[in-house]
Ligand binder design. Structure first.
Ligand code: NOJ
Length: 767
């Protein structure tokens, strides 16, 4: 047999078993063998596996972009590796898969995972930005395209969605999540999971979602990455756990376990978390994956003396697969032999890996996403592989107008515009952290976007003005310290910026953070604009020209001073490959902004946490009453800089009072809350109408309000529409001190507003 026919023969052998199982109805005509279901197929496979082969399936190794080292291929061929992660070109992935499928004894395919967090080749806005759209269709588009592009590159799984609730902007990873609110994040968790997985993780253009980081990673103390999490059970169940559950309910095939501790026990060794809660209470049937090297980190956490104890603790707790593994491979064989880890425990974990592979369609065709060498793209970065139109459309929806005095925006397409700032012409940072396979050479900067929109209509001047940050000691501590530094003296850059500002009719300053500043291991103690950017803004203001601040950042910033200086402020987050076009669309009025903040902006880092759905306390600060002996900081106003749900438009909206269909809700009926929304301005525009509920008196203290529903609507100039929201018992339920989930009779406030603070209110009763 020649090589081609031999490999084909090998593959046919592997498929013979699978096809007899999966395609039985088709083959039944010629093959009367009864159809075997997934469980039987996997049980049969498990029966054939040696202990070493089983343990091999529990290990995930890093795939670099270079052709694999012989050692890696040998490990796969020997059945000692079950999956790979990282981004490698298709020929590399194919070589790795060949080693598994053509050389290993049982020919069990590998799967390939990667951090496809907000787009793969086409980079969409960061997740905090996607949440700002409050637009589930737009979010679904971003996830679907990411899955399509990732699967076309041979990837089977994304380590997303990241659904960790975080209320602490010091935490760099807040940019990766969808904000502070349980309801909004849970909705998005479901949408993203379904978008990645499509009809099924095996469907064309689909990949498996790996929800992360289970659990409570976003609540690390002090916002310091990898720090401990300690939380009351009520808060955990009520606020932090629901998004993970929502992703599971949407069918997520796998779950990544947090690197951190949950009330003293590292999640990686936490059998309560992984078994009692995840498997037994929630019925999760998918694969649990440790985070990168987390099994080994159990030693640093101080719950394992050595690798042997670490591997034992993790497998017993319920970690099926170990990412970047050392100790599963090294220690599980001995632990199995000594009986400290049972065959049953190993089999349970292996079964989950095999189920995930089955569900990803890999037994049916290990090359379903890798394709054949003939079909490999000649240029994997080819423009034709991007989805620019969709990226621009989505990005426009994520921009949040925070201030617009004197109708400074939109800008006129005439005269002279001075574009200033270290992020204005920066193709790297606009992609945000976790930019997967996105190429800076393909990103549209704000400069590019404005230049193409203004072509022949207005003059665009540019000056950098300042660096994002100059403190080398800080940059050196970043995992992604790729910060472009202009070596010119600060005064020279500033002078140049002032020079262009003086020549212009309006100044647009694009300021913020580098993408690496809101990333893993990138926590800040300070939430102001870094470097000399604030000084730059103040100097630009002193020219007397109308001043627009365009923010590019991955976390809420304390920019009270800058808010006062600027005439208009537009939050653009990191808006991805088409960010510059989307930002130009909004700045020039070709698109009317409708984004709303998914997270509160504090006035100062000392105010944290500032989440809107806090408890009232026994001594709340009451507007109009004395502040003495109330719960407040005396040196700052009590309110946040910008509240949750806030965002302006180029038009105005008004809300009528709320009408309730009934004042008494019970288990047998529903309540309809109606409100008229009117576009009172002169432009068509979208807004997000938000419904909040407060349980006025209950067995435990309940938040001052909680988001329960919202509708994003488009109204033509002058148009009025009546919106109806349905409220039922489910919206009133909460976890009481015994963790029973129930609604308690009593009074409730129902609020509707265009942000979380400025609301209309009605009261009803539940009995
Ligand atoms: C560590 C991060 O915590 C996790 O989110 C990511 O998926 C893995 N590294 C793999 O890159």
């Amino acid at each position: 047999m020649d090589g081609f026919h031999r490999s084909r023969h090998d593959r046919l052998c592997l498929f013979a078993l699978f096809i007899s199982l999966q395609c039985a109805p088709v083959l039944a005509v010629t093959q009367p063998a009864p159809a075997l279901d997934k469980t039987t197929f996997i049980n049969q496979l498990l029966d054939q596996m040696t202990p070493e082969e089983k343990i091999g399936q529990l290990r995930q190794r890093f795939a670099s972009s270079a052709m694999p080292e012989p050692e890696v291929l040998q490990s796969i061929a020997a059945g000692k590796t079950g999956a790979m992660f990282g981004m490698a070109p298709r020929p590399v992935i194919r070589a790795l898969q060949d080693a598994a499928v053509k050389q290993s004894r049982l020919k069990i395919p590998l799967f390939f995972g990667y951090d496809v967090i907000h787009g793969h080749r086409t980079i969409f806005p960061i997740n905090l930005a996607l949440a700002s759209s409050w637009d589930m269709d737009a979010i679904a588009v971003s996830g679907r395209i990411a899955a399509k592009e990732a699967s076309a590159d041979g990837l089977d799984m994304t380590f997303a969605p990241m659904v960790d609730i975080s209320r602490d902007p010091r935490w760099g990873r807040i940019s990766e999540g969808f904000g502070e609110d349980t309801y909004l994040v849970s909705r998005i968790a479901g949408v993203m999971t379904k978008a990645f997985q499509g009809e099924a993780p095996s469907a064309p253009g689909s990949i498996m979602a790996c929800v992360k980081h289970f659990a409570l990673y976003g609540a690390v103390e002090g916002g310091r990455d990898y720090n401990s999490t300690d939380m009351s059970p009520v808060r955990m169940y009520q606020d932090y756990l629901p998004p993970y559950r929502a992703a599971i309910d949407a069918g997520a095939g796998s779950m990544m376990v947090a690197l951190t501790t949950v009330n003293g026990v590292p999640a990686t060794a936490n059998d309560w978390l992984l078994q009692d809660l995840l498997r037994k209470d929630w019925g999760f049937k998918g694969l649990t994956l440790s985070d990168h090297g987390a099994v080994a980190e159990l030693i640093e956490h101080g719950v394992a003396r050595d690798g042997r104890q670490a591997a034992k603790a993790a497998i017993k707790a319920g970690i099926d697969m170990s990412m970047s593994d050392t100790f599963y491979g090294q220690e599980l064989p001995g632990l199995l032999l000594s009986g400290e880890v049972s065959r049953q425990e190993i089999d349970n974990a292996v079964r989950q890996v095999l189920v995930a592979k089955y569900d990803m369609g890999l037994f049916a065709d290990p090359y379903r996403r890798i394709g054949s060498a003939n079909d490999d793209p000649i240029d994997s970065h080819a423009e034709s592989r991007l989805h620019r139109a969709q990226a621009r459309e989505v990005a426009r929806k994520t921009l949040v107008l925070l201030k617009n005095s004197n109708d400074t925006l939109p800008l006129k397409k005439q005269g002279t515009i001075a574009l200033v700032g270290p992020l204005a012409k920066n193709p790297v940072d606009i992609l945000g952290s976790w930019h997967a396979s996105g190429q800076p050479s393909q990103s549209v900067t704000v400069y590019d976007g404005l230049a193409s929109a203004l072509h022949n209509k207005a003059t665009l001047l540019y000056a950098r003005g300042a660096n994002i940050i100059e403190d080398k000691t800080s940059i050196d501590k970043l995992a992604d310290g790729n910060v472009e530094i202009d070596p010119r003296p600060a005064t020279q850059m500033l002078e140049q910026a002032l020079d262009v500002a003086r020549q212009a009719d309006v100044v647009v300053a694009v300021l913020g953070e580098s993408r690496g500043m809101t990333h893993e291991a990138a926590s800040r103690t300070n939430l102001s604009l870094p470097g000399r950017q604030s000084e730059l803004l103040a100097a630009l203001k002193a020219t007397g020209k109308p001043l627009v601040l365009v923010l590019m950042n991955g976390r809420p910033l304390s920019i009270g001073k800058e808010h006062d200086l600027a005439d208009a402020v537009l939050e653009t987050w990191f808006s991805g490959t088409e960010g510059g076009n989307a930002i130009a669309d909004v700045l020039l009025g070709d698109y009317n902004p409708s984004g709303k903040l998914p997270i509160t902006f504090p006035r100062s880092v000392g105010q944290i946490p500032t989440y809107y759905n806090h408890l009232n306390t026994g001594r709340p600060l009451t507007p109009g009453a004395s502040a003495i002996y109330t719960s407040q900081y005396f040196d700052l106003p009590h309110s946040p800089l910008y509240p949750f749900g806030y965002g302006l438009s180029y038009t105005d909206f008004s809300l009528s009072d709320i009408t309730l269909s009934t004042q008494r809700l019970s288990a047998d009926n529903t309540l309809e809350a109606s409100i008229k929304v009117k576009n009172t301005g002169t432009r068509d525009g979208e807004t997000v109408v938000q419904l909040y509920i407060q349980d006025v008196s209950a067995s435990i203290s309940r938040p001052v309000k909680e988001l329960k529903d919202f509708q994003k609507i488009m109204l033509k100039a002058g148009e009025e529409r009546t919106l109806h929201f349905t409220v039922d018992e489910h919206d009133l339920k909460f976890y009481n001190s015994r963790l029973q989930y129930a609604a308690e009779p009593g009074e409730f406030n129902l609020q509707i507003g265009l942000d979380s603070q400025n609301v209309k209110q009605q009261r009803f009763e539940w009995q």
